[in-house]
Design a protein around this ligand. Structure first.
Ligand code: MLT
Length: 260
């Protein structure tokens, strides 16, 4: 199990394949496990690196809220650890928030950007209050609270049974304290419009056609501010488009990587 040490924490990651580096950052409340099908598809031609954010998967957690900027610092430290000057950086949903924070901290490390089922906006006050409610709920009741509140929103309704089973099992292995810290961290994230507007590299924006959390409109808003972006809708998919339609998602990602 590959791990590295950053700020006194053991952080776990997947690292498979050979070739140009592709860093994939995971959604909430999941882990690097969500990218198994992308790793299998890309590893013959790319080196795919997928960390577990602090407090998720097999990574230890730190103190206080897990801010997106902290996830980004951890991801940059992982690139340092692997001696990679840059990578194609991709993230789905919360992974997208962290990708934008990484881009803010060091754009020279981002060869190209993939933003899937995510948004550049910050939470409004009601959204921030819901994050705190989620954090308290998961602290009080454990991951069952996340299964109840998140699972139905993440997937097409009705979901494919095998995908639902897989997502449920990843959520059930989430660390309650890590999820609470990330929920509070997401509430603190700033708007990323200016960060995206400064980025001149190639950008692929993907969105599940039935994404109920970050619908197509959010994808178009990001595309409007990025100078070199294209948007592609993933059919037969909700918010977790990489898990719900891996064939279409991987085809889009692969075609984009060819051009980078
Ligand atoms: C995610 O999939 O990472 C979450 O839905 C993000 C969010 O709640 O904003």
């Amino acid at each position: 199990m590959p791990v590295f040490n950053h700020q006194g924490l053991q952080l776990h990651y997947l690292d498979e394949g050979r070739g140009p580096a592709v860093l994939l950052l995971h959604a909430f409340p999941l882990s690097s496990e969500m990218y198994r099908q992308q790793i299998a598809a890309l590893a013959p031609r790319y080196r795919v690196i997928a960390p577990d954010f602090r407090g998720f998967g097999k990574s230890e957690m730190g103190e206080g809220p897990s801010e997106m900027s902290t996830f980004a610092t951890d991801a940059l430290a992982l690139l340092d650890h692997l001696e990679l000057p840059n990578a194609v950086v991709g993230g789905l949903s919360m992974g997208g928030y962290a990708s934008m924070a990484l881009l803010d901290q060091d754009p020279s490390r981002v060869r190209a950007l993939v933003l899937a089922d995510t948004q550049m906006g910050a939470d409004d006050d009601a959204g921030k209050a819901r994050r705190e409610e989620t954090a308290r709920d998961v602290e009080a009741r454990g991951v069952g609270a996340l299964v109840e509140s998140y699972l139905p929103k993440l997937l097409l309704q009705p979901p494919a049974k095998d995908v639902e089973r897989k997502v449920r099992s990843i959520i059930e292995s989430t660390q309650p304290k890590g999820a609470a810290a990330a929920s509070r961290g997401m509430a603190l994230r700033p708007e990323s419009r200016n960060i995206l507007a400064r980025f001149a590299g190639p950008t692929l924006i993907l969105v599940g056609e039935a994404d109920a959390i970050t619908p197509r409109e959010k994808a178009d808003q990001m595309a409007e501010v990025i100078s070199n972006a294209s948007v592609l809708e993933i059919p037969k998919a909700g918010h977790l488009s990489n898990l719900e339609n891996p064939t279409a998602f991987n085809r889009a990602l692969d075609a984009f990587l060819e051009t980078v």
